[in-house]
Design a binder for this molecule. Structure first.
Ligand code: GDP
Length: 447
């Protein structure tokens, strides 16, 4: 028997409806007390009057009972849909707590859904991320994951590995010379195929991770070239500014904008917001850090000033990173008389920006790159936890190959078992207490 938990499931603030969710063995009994009614029908909407423990009227609300085990948590769930705003929902919650429920911890409903076997970790993770999703891209991918796409990948992979283990168990009983010639080699090929499949998914997930987190853009260039003007132009061009949040490192600011279905994050590690005279020269390390963290780099040059050693440094950075990152080269201030010798940057087909056309030009250049990066219909691993787990599985599979070919089948089985446990940890880890605390603790209340 588990205790009964309750929380306001809707966001705080003004809205027309708020939902209070109660889950656990006592949920229905509490509902009967607060409504002074009995005989509810599962999954029906009941209009009820709610009273507090002193018989004072709280509100009229819709009550829905999800009978165990057919509920999200697999426990008895009662939901009250009441008038929005914080007062009524808080009052209902208070009364539910007075009747013996306790306040749910963040993510506890989802945790119970997991413990009840209703969802696995991949689905739980997708739910957590969907709540915070800021772009259509993310919502689409996460919806696929909640439908069990990753779970299926994990199950299939585990199945293949288990078959390999079974193969070893059977052949272990044979003397080496009795084994069909190509049997071990065939198995080695299958393992290589598994390695390639994992590799493909990892690299596609890393390339497309911006679909979930937002694609990061760095703007680099010498002081006064027009970096912050460009940033402002982008923010004005796309009026859907999501937020300006303080970054994780001190002094970094991150601006988020939406371009089509994509979320774009412009991280100011390059000191865009700093006034030009605060730094005389570009901090090259800072630009490098900004580039390393980003998916797309916008490198700017000033058309109204002669080429100098600072421009040379930017050019070197472009050359160094052009195969690794999406690169947009921009020639700014083309509305002024041209002083820059552009010979060295012409091969990069620079965009020509002026006071008037910055936002428009850069947005369309970004759009092109974003849709290229977003391409692909492959499965996407949505967290570093998932990526680490498949990488561990891949390493174990790689290690299993040598003992396979030398006929040391016990060692082979040992490595494969490791691979199985790594891959399984994505959806249902054997030892999962730590992961669970970490994962569900990041949820919002009432989920
Ligand atoms: P940052 O140091 O790279 O961030 O450069 P700023 O964005 O602060 O721009 C430096 C100066 O150049 C400011 O006075 C801007 O108004 C000016 N500026 C930026 N872009 C253009 C442009 O396209 N044309 C002209 N004429 N001036 C520009």
């Amino acid at each position: 028997m588990s205790d009964t938990i309750a929380a306001v499931a809707t966001a705080t603030g003004v809205g027309s409806v708020a939902i209070v969710r109660v889950s656990g063995d006592e949920a229905l009994a509490i509902a009967e007390k607060i409504t002074k009614k009995t005989s509810f029908i599962p999954r029906h909407a009941h209009l009820c009057t709610l009273y507090d423990t002193n018989d004072e009227l709280i509100d009229e609300a819709i009550l829905i009972w999800f009978k165990a085990p057919n509920s999200f948590t697999t426990e008895e769930i009662v939901e009250f849909q009441c008038h929005g705003g914080t007062i009524v929902a808080e009052k209902i919650l208070e009364t539910v707590l007075d009747y013996g429920a306790r306040l749910a911890e963040p993510g506890e409903f989802t945790r119970r859904a997991f413990l009840g076997g209703r969802i696995d970790l991949t689905e739980a993770e997708a739910i957590a991320k969907l709540i915070e999703a800021k772009s259509e891209d993310a919502a689409k991918i996460l919806a696929r994951q909640m439908k069990g796409e990753l779970k299926k990948f994990v199950d299939d992979m585990r199945e293949k590995l288990l078959r390999a283990v079974a193969f070893a168990e059977v052949t272990i009983d044979y003397a080496e010379e009795d084994l069909p010639e190509d049997m071990l080699e065939n198995m080695a090929h299958q393992l290589e195929e598994i390695e390639r499949e994992i590799e493909r998914i990892v690299s596609s997930s890393e390339r497309r991770r911006g679909l979930i987190e937002g694609f990061k853009v760095a703007i680099i260039g010498k002081p006064n070239v027009g970096k912050s003007s460009l940033l402002n132009a982008l923010l004005n061009y796309e009026r859907a500014i999501v937020s300006e949040i303080a970054g994780t490192t001190r002094d970094t600011i991150e601006e988020q904008i939406r371009i089509g279905s994509h979320l774009v994050r412009i991280v100011d590690t390059a000191g865009i917001r700093e006034s030009a005279d605060a730094i005389e020269k570009i901090g090259i390390e800072r630009s490098v850090a900004a580039i390393e963290q980003s998916d797309i780099v916008i490198a700017m040059f000033d058309a109204s000033r002669p080429w100098d050693e600072e421009d040379e440094k930017i050019l070197l950075l472009i050359e160094r990173y052009m195969n690794e990152k999406e690169m947009i080269v921009a020639l700014n201030k083309t509305d002024l008389p041209q002083m820059l010798d552009t010979e060295k940057i012409e091969p990069f087909k620079p965009l020509r920006l002026s006071r008037e056309n910055k936002g428009e030009q850069i947005v369309s250049a970004l759009e092109k790159r974003l849709s290229r990066m977003a391409q692909g219909d492959e499965l996407l691993l949505i967290s570093s936890r998932q990526i680490e787990a498949v990488k561990r599985a891949k390493e174990a599979v790689a290690e299993a190959k040598t003992p396979l070919l030398t006929g040391e089948l016990e060692i082979f089985t040992f490595h494969l078992t490791e691979a199985i446990s790594a891959i399984s940890s994505i959806s249902k880890p054997v030892d999962f207490n730590d992961i669970m605390d970490k994962m569900f603790g990041e949820f919002c209340l009432g989920k």
